[in-house]
Design a protein around this ligand. Structure first.
Ligand code: ZN
Ligand code: ZN
Length: 371
């Protein structure tokens, strides 16, 4: 029997999300129904609200999520009701060419992994309802394949466990799996929101010798400094000035630049920050059709690299265990990343608060609707 739940539905680009009763299906063989506890608000969600990325409507956004297993399909082997879990938007089949090369975020069979014979959830009038990334976490429950979930230790409160699903996975993952940063590296991180601050923490954990945090908003640099930046730099509207200020801190430029904003200008700035042989790792999702413009001579003569690291090129199931150990040992500060927790009923206020200068991450308490 399908379950009636409350979900925040995006019906129209630019409109507030509307809290509505929707129906969610029973888990099929390999699926798990998860009762959502906490959801982090990510700039990718905002891209769909604002229309800079497109998605079929109506839909349920939200993907940075932690919760409790409610029911499991007959073929599920790793979970039982009551298990605490965190979800990813990058499930992997484990048997395609990319998975076998150790690049599960580029799984070639992800559509097959996510496929099901009927919609996951629908409106009371039977209209189908989409789910961002096959997750759709702005809802009291999600229905995902077993491969989308990792168990999360009791040591992590749900309020911070949800961060592992996107910003920590992307930011720390980019350092560990994407860029491969080590103690002899100098790093610049451009953009100090949730993903950027996660990359700063990742670079600190990896032992980078210099970690320069760059953001146009001075208030964001305070958190960056607390969480591991060795130097901070207020970005100027003129990229040349920003690069000159970086060179004053790290003569010649950095070995690694990590872009965590999602704009072409900041991606180009990341490249401009590089020393010869340096690598720029681009994490931010950009509006559809965006193109980068790079100086070809700096690329070729300087042996520089530009690469993507979608969702931090993560290995989700083992990464969650890695993050948990670093959290427990006090090396990964998740608590300081949660700026504010809002009730589910106030999710639109939460989305608006994402642009406040001191916001690192806004988390939504999805259990508040049940009280
Ligand atoms: Zn995200
Ligand atoms: Zn695969």
């Amino acid at each position: 029997m399908p379950t009636t739940i409350t979900a925040a539905v995006l019906r129209e680009v630019g409109a507030p999300l509307s809290l509505e009763s929707v129906l969610i299906d029973d888990p099929l063989d390999n699926e798990v129904l998860v009762r959502v506890e906490r959801v982090g608000l990510c700039h990718s969600d905002l891209h769909y609200v604002h229309g800079s990325l497109s998605i079929d409507l109506p839909t349920v956004l939200g993907h940075e999520v932690a919760g409790v297993v409610d029911r499991v399909g007959a073929a599920v082997t790793r979970f039982a009701p009551g298990d605490r879990v965190v979800a990813t938007v990058t499930p992997a089949c484990g048997m395609c060419d990319q998975c076998l090369r150790g690049r599960p975020t580029q799984c070639q069979r992800v559509d097959i992994v996510r496929a099901r014979p009927r919609p996951k959830h629908w409106l009371p009038n039977s209209d189908a309802l989409g789910a961002l990334g096959g997750v759709g976490a702005f809802a009291e429950a999600i229905l995902v394949g077993e491969g989308s979930l990792a168990t999360v230790d009791d040591a992590l409160p749900f309020e911070v466990a949800c961060l592992l699903g996107c910003c920590i996975t992307t930011g720390v993952g980019a350092v560990v799996h994407g860029a491969g940063i080590g103690p002899n590296d100098t790093v610049a991180v451009i953009g100090c929101g949730g993903v950027g601050v996660s990359a700063i923490q990742g670079a600190r954990i990896a032992g980078a010798r210099r970690v320069v945090a760059i953001d146009a908003v001075p208030a964001k640099l305070e958190a960056a400094k607390r969480l591991g930046a060795t130097d901070v730099l207020v970005a100027s509207a003129d990229a040349d000035e920003t690069v000159a200020a970086l060179h004053a801190l790290v003569p010649g430029g950095v070995d690694h630049a990590i872009e965590a904003v999602g704009r072409t200008a900041t991606a180009e700035l990341a490249f401009a920050c590089l020393a010869p042989t340096g690598a720029a790792t681009i994490l931010g999702l950009m509006p559809e059709g965006s193109r980068l413009s790079l100086p070809a001579d700096a690329l070729v003569y300087g042996d520089r690299t530009v690469r993507g690291a979608y969702m931090g090129a993560n290995r989700f199931l083992s990464d969650v265990a890695m993050f948990t150990d670093h959290y427990r040992a006090g090396r990964l500060d998740l608590d300081a990343m949660v700026t504010r927790v809002v009730d589910f009923g106030d999710i639109n206020d939460g989305l608006a608060a994402m642009s406040d200068p001191d916001t690192v991450r806004i988390v939504v308490d999805m259990t508040s609707a049940r009280a």
